[in-house]
Design a protein around this ligand. Structure first.
Ligand code: GLC
Length: 409
């Protein structure tokens, strides 16, 4: 697939998935399976759209920041539906759950997703220096990050905890099996049932995160925290642009503290692992997010090199014909075909890995990830995820994450 074909097909896909409401415009990840607005997906969309139309990219971010919960938290889904619209609830209708009861808040979910919002807003600001855009978005960003800092931390620590697997962006990742009481052999339905049941338990404690984290589920997720630190740094820069030195210093200090604690508390042996607060132990399951510290620049050059050689390029663990698997091949949960986050290749992870490799100057390795991404798109089009050995497209169709290839440069 040459680069012009890719650019043209990305542009077409983004147009196809664009939706208008009375007040907003946004992009759905996939018109069929995912007809709402998702938090981190919209950041990916804005990054892609900025390559074609900075105005649309800003609209996407304005929309995703428009519906915070009263706490200030940005929800992981905004439905933007009108009364009477038919919406999928991924099979939960049979249990009598509506979309609102499953995810607990009318109009949006009660969960969040990994923070990429501030980095994205900063990128858009840097593209054309639009201070009004920075000003308009700043308060919503700040409230979200204050919420995370106050409600998602323990004691005086800076690391933040997630209260449901869906907040990691990797819904059924085997990282969460033990906490959900599931064996490594499970169906997608069983996993969704447990996650929805967890929503119900958290609703009982009124989503008071500290209580939920202590009693039900609290994980210091590696990806979430790496992105959180990067986002705090971006927020600090935005505050600086807006001449708010007090905020700027505060968020920078907080970011550095998060990075320090990731290094001190989430490093186990030669990899970074998510930490289970309830059982007070690291989650010893190897998934692609061990590469996220590259994206966050948290490793020494030598450690980064070792991680790339020993894990990323290791065909027994993560490297496959068509890219980097979401769960290591050595895990008992590894299921390359129908595993969802338990084996198949996903392309936002490819983009994070590409950026991480680039950050460390590993040009050839970054190029390899890009080539594999292009090969997948040429072979199977824009799909949700892909079989690592055959390259077959799996899951949702017209799925947007492959569009990030235009930002692999
Ligand atoms: C799936 C993914 C999640 C994504 C959503 C919409 O649930 O696991 O990360 O945000 O689809 O694309």
């Amino acid at each position: 697939m040459d680069s012009q074909i890719t650019t043209d097909s990305v542009r077409l896909l983004m147009e196809k998935n664009r939706r208008m409401t009375d007040t907003s415009q946004f992009t759905v990840p996939s018109g069929g399976l995912y007809p709402f607005q998702w938090l981190w997906d919209s950041c990916f969309h804005a990054i892609v759209l900025a390559h074609f139309d900075i105005g649309l990219a800003k609209e996407e971010m304005r929309a995703v920041l428009a519906r915070p919960l009263p706490s200030g938290m940005l929800p992981h889904m905004i439905y933007w539906t009108r009364e009477g619209d038919l919406v999928p609830n991924w099979g939960r209708e049979s249990r009598g759950d509506t979309i609102n009861s499953s995810w607990q808040t009318p109009g949006s979910s009660s969960l969040t997703q990994p923070p990429v919002v501030a980095q994205t807003v900063l990128r858009l600001y840097e593209a054309d220096g639009d201070e009004q855009f920075a000003l308009d978005t700043y308060e919503a960003l700040k409230r979200h990050f204050e919420y995370l800092h106050h409600d998602r931390t323990f004691n005086n620590d800076a690391l933040v905890y997630i209260i449901n697997p869906d907040e990691s962006g990797e819904d059924n990742s085997p990282r969460f099996d033990e906490l959900l009481g599931l064996s490594f052999l499970q169906t997608a339905d069983q996993s969704l049932d447990r996650r929805i049941d967890l929503m119900k338990k958290n609703a009982v404690c009124d989503f008071k995160a500290k209580t939920c984290m202590r009693h039900h589920f609290g994980v210091a997720d590696v990806s979430f925290n790496v992105l959180y630190a990067e986002d705090l740094l971006a927020l600090s820069e935005l505050a600086y642009v807006l001449n708010n030195r007090v905020d700027s210093d505060r968020f920078e200090k907080r970011a550095k503290q998060v990075q320090k604690e990731i290094k001190e508390q989430l490093k186990f042996g030669d990899v970074y692992l998510s930490y289970d607060h309830k059982n007070k132990k690291p989650i010893e399951v190897l998934t692609w997010d061990i590469f996220m510290p590259l994206y966050g620049g948290l490793l020494s050059h030598q450690d980064a090199k070792d991680l790339v050689n020993n894990y990323l390029l290791n065909e027994k663990l993560f490297l496959s014909e068509f890219g980097i698997v979401s769960t290591a091949k050595t895990e008992p949960s590894y299921d390359p075909e129908s595993g969802f986050w338990r084996g198949p290749i996903w392309l936002a992870p490819h983009w994070f890995i590409y950026k991480g490799l680039q950050r460390y100057g590993f040009k050839a390795e970054a190029e390899l990830i890009k080539e594999k991404t292009l090969t997948l798109l040429a072979k199977s089009g824009f799909r949700e995820h892909y079989h690592p050995v055959t390259g077959e497209g799996l899951g949702a169709e017209d799925f947007t994450w492959g569009a990030l290839v235009v930002d692999m440069n």
